[in-house]
Design a protein around this ligand. Sequence first.
Ligand code: GCW
Length: 728
Amino acid sequence: MLSLGLKTSRGRLVACLAFASVFFAGAARAEDGYRLWLRYDPLPAGATREYRARVTSVVVQGESATMQAARAELVEGLKGLLGASVPAATQVEGDGALVVGTLRSSAFVARLGWGKALAALGPEGFRIRTVKLGGRSVTVIASSDEAGALYGVFHFLRLLQTLQPTNDLDVSQKPRLRLRVLDHWDNLDRSVERGYAGRSLWDWEALPEKVDPRLRDYARANASIGINGSVLNNVNADSQSLSAEYLKKTAAVADAFRPYGVRVYLSARFSAPIELGGLKTADPLDPQAAEWWRRKADEIYRLIPDFGGFLVKANSEGQPGPRTYGRDHVDGANMLAAAVAPHGGVVMWRAFVYDMKPGYDRAGAAYDNLQPFDGRFAPNVLLQVKNGPIDFQPREPFHPLFGAMPRTRLMPELQITQEYLGFSNHLVFLAPMWREFLASDTHARGRGSTVAKVADGSLNRQRLTGMAGVANTGTARNWTGHHFAQANWYAFGRLAWNPDATSQQVADEWVKMTLTRDPPAVTSITRLMLESHEALVAYMTPLGLHHIMWGGHHYGPAPWENQFDRDDWNPTYYHRADAAGLGFDRTKTGSNTVSQYHAPVRARFASLSACPEEFLLWFHHVPWGHRMRSGRTLWDELAHSYQRGVDWARAARKSWDSLAGSIDEERHAAVARKLAIQERDAVWWRDSVLLYFQTFSKRPLPAGVEQPQKTLEEYKAKSLLDVDASAR
Ligand code: GCW
């Protein structure tokens, strides 16, 4: 919960909330979702009265671009929320002044004697306090640096948007992770790899002359949830983005982001010295290649002094890398790190490396490839590791590398865009999945060695920390394709700020800021969101199944697929169904990659009886007749799970329909259309997966599970994506 004094009488707050439902029902109007969670429509009258008395003038001290952005946000926000302008003043006069400033920009803040406390909160932290001065009550948003003041302003506005009391505030916050970065898999032609929300937001052709004003709103939205970095281009990188011409364009983007504390980064193609520099080799130990990168870094920093650094996908899925030249990951990463180090830049080196040898288990590949290098990366290198060992599946156990590289800065990479989770068609709130991951106990230093503590540096005493999220944004008017996919962007930012925030809290805030403050509606929407991930897993990949999606696009099921040249791109490789049973044996009798986990975790996963059932088929090949904890056989449990998923999708539609009065018509209808697709897809998943596995289990569907709507042959004949094209 938010750390603030709850002095407002409970009764009064409840009264405001009750009023909210009437107000919002009455004020429903067309909405396209562009404003995201930064909607500053008038609050209910009860709340406005109270807040107006608390905020009678705004005194933002400081004239830098960031302080101006903070002032503009506050002035706009208060005007909208309170339904009347709050005068901007330069001095604290009278009761109810709201002062914003840093130790340097504000004489008022400097006089408070908070120097030490603010310094301890760091450049991005802030303190919000109600202070009494000569009988006057003043609210102060203070920080040591400007970014903190801006974050404090967004925090204050969020308190109002969610109808929190503000009369006796005492909030101190700082981000737990240092780099909170969105990775855009955007190509220079504006297509977006795994993007489901239109085209890339970066209009490279028009840049640098024309900068779309939307870029400012993108940066604002990020700042409002603490995101402070953006990698503009795809990790499957084009060298061109490092050319002089494109760097100018990137510099213009950086200028647009800068007031909001968002730094730009670029994905670097390892062979750029050849493609752009005309060199014969990009061997990291070749002095000319290293020199080329040093000069390139100098050139970049001349244009963009606060450039964040490079993100690199090397020797993965056909990308060049140090191994192309007989060198290793450390040689490559450290060479780039040396180029940006003099400028304070970082290198985010990806661990998504999975060379295949015959009989290899892909789930163990990243560990095998990277773990031996622990302790050898330069101090400004972070190793960016996906949450799970395969690839952004609906559910994966945590990646074993998080417990295995104590002398390396590990930066989790999450996927906000829903590549394997129904694109922007399915309502799935990802905070519960990310929380499950962050709360996973690696046992690296005994009990309580959670992934969150690895990521925030507390477990291994590291200061350079970070978290990356593969962005789900695009030119779609509502930014993310599905209105509810905005919640995943939001949740990523909130969890990167505080990995211990609860899914419930994040959902509750987002719903109130974005959709409705009507209490019953808030309750049913947050419930829907909190259930959605478990439901999606139930109708896509229950009990530890994974990677059984169709072909290269990954939309819809194709567990029968076995035609790819690369074994590990085939669903049959992952589920291993046969007459005996189902699942990938990763214990001693199989690939034994379970041994990459620490002792107690390893033993639990490796034991058929102790393994959490949500990961059963991930670690074990299980007989069809195996008794599950419910008393059902594996086959029956599987069938019931798929049915449960379908039941949820149906119930979700009903529950959404019943909310028609609490949400504006436009967004209500758009979400309803998507929920219909989601239900259709859930049925498609249930039927085709069960029909296919039935050819091995030879068992009937248990009572309570509906008969399939089509035959297996029909499901095999057409990808769900093709069906979807006609449904959109
Ligand atoms: O998730 C997979 C995707 C690829 C992606 C790759 C990666 C950018 O299918 O599209 O490439 O992982 O993370 O590098």
